[in-house]
Design a protein around this ligand. Structure first.
Ligand code: PHE
Length: 377
């Protein structure tokens, strides 16, 4: 804070000024003092302090000069003091005003410099991620089915036993429930239940047919859960795409033709498909689709000459389960089994991704090691 060690606290007599020249001399000292203080670097607070020191109503320098010099001045000096004082006042006021503008624009500048970007600098490079391979394979498969008129629906991962089992023609104590070791949710006492993590995407078949009348042509991508111990081919969470087509005239031929089209689109025109009898409670007949071994070209012999390790010389690789929708299922959704027919399939995404991209450990999908993920940009 500027302090004033100036003569304004004393009277002219005390200062020994007896002539107009001496008065002018005194004033020029005071002006020099002011100029000196006003020339310093100021911020809003020090500017305010300077203003108080010089123009403060009670004890500012200008007031002191008025009280101590002007009022008691002898008639000979009064005129000179008055003129000098007016000059000083004008100077103090205009200088303060000018400094105020500097101080303000400086403060503004300092504030905006903080947010101002230097547009000439190179931008911040954000590493762009990619879709996880599983997501990419979902997309590939969805695109293939979109091209033949299917659309996507989704369903909940937390399901009721009714949708996961009963309505799919799997009554309680049916042995296939053992193959799908199920996670049941621990629920608060009194809460309606039981609830489970869906073991397959098939419950969405039921949910879809409850809501829509034929023709139905949907695929259902999603996560499913089974109480498996993790190893190279098992994970307690994996991915499926369910497919369901129901209409008034769908034949077994439509079914196998659709699957064959899909498999060839996915693995390439050169592969062959076949199906074998299988069993699912909600399809009849049920089949297992195989593709000619994508590693040995269906020869059973590895490039090195020995037996192909992937198909173990069998020339075929098991792909996924499917079948014609069991008429019993239609009973759960109020479709007339005499009027409609259809097929369903359940594709394991992780397995297909492993086959297509030569990955031999399903755990690689869940470890999220960027060195692995980066190989599938
Ligand atoms: N839901 C069956 C499974 O997860 C697969 C499947 C789906 C079979 C649709 C037939 C029809 O094993």
């Amino acid at each position: 804070m500027p302090t004033v060690d100036n003569p304004a606290g004393k009277t002219l007599a005390e200062l020994g000024a007896a002539s107009p020249d001496e008065v002018a001399q005194l004033f020029s000292e005071v002006r020099a003092l002011f100029d000196n203080q006003a020339a310093k670097q100021l911020d809003p607070a020090t500017w305010e302090a300077l203003k108080q020191v010089w123009t403060g109503r009670k004890s500012g320098v200008l007031t002191l000069i008025t009280d101590n010099w002007l009022k008691p001045a002898t008639p000979e000096l009064k005129r000179a003091v008055g003129q000098e004082l007016n000059k000083l006042k004008a100077q103090v006021e205009s200088t303060l005003e000018a400094r105020k503008r500097d101080v303000e624009s400086l403060a503004e500048h300092a504030a905006s410099a903080k947010d101002r970007a230097d547009l000439s600098l190179p931008g911040v490079l954000r590493p762009v991620g990619t879709h996880h391979l599983i997501r990419q394979v979902f997309q590939e498969i969805e695109d293939i089915f979109f091209s033949i008129g299917f659309s996507v629906v989704e369903g909940p991962e937390i399901e009721t036993p009714y949708y996961n089992f009963e309505a799919l023609n799997i009554p309680e104590f049916h042995p296939v429930r053992d193959d799908m070791d199920t996670f049941y949710l621990e629920l608060p006492k009194g809460a309606p239940g039981p609830l489970l993590l869906r073991t397959h995407t098939s419950p969405v078949q039921i949910r879809t047919m409850e809501k829509r009348q034929p023709p139905v042509r949907v695929i259902v991508p999603g996560k499913v859960y089974r109480r498996d111990n993790p190893d190279a081919t098992h994970s307690f969470m994996f991915h499926q795409i369910e497919g369901l087509a129901v209409d008034s005239d769908i034949t077994f031929c439509d079914f196998t033709g659709t699957i064959d089209y899909f498999v060839k689109q996915f693995f390439g025109e050169s592969v062959k498909t076949r199906f074998r009898p299988s069993y699912f409670p909600f399809t009849e007949p049920s089949v297992e689709f195989d593709v000619s071994c994508v590693f040995c070209g269906g020869s059973g012999t590895a490039k090195s000459g020995g037996t192909c390790g992937k198909c173990k010389g069998s020339r075929w690789i098991e792909l996924f389960g499917a079948g014609m929708v069991d008429p019993a299922v239609y009973g759960f959704v109020n479709y007339d089994p005499k009027k409609v027919s259809g097929f369903a399939f359940g594709i394991g995404i992780d397995r297909l991704a492993m086959l297509k991209y030569g990955i031999d450990d399903i755990q690689a999908f869940f470890q999220n090691d960027v060195r692995f993920l980066r190989q599938f940009p």
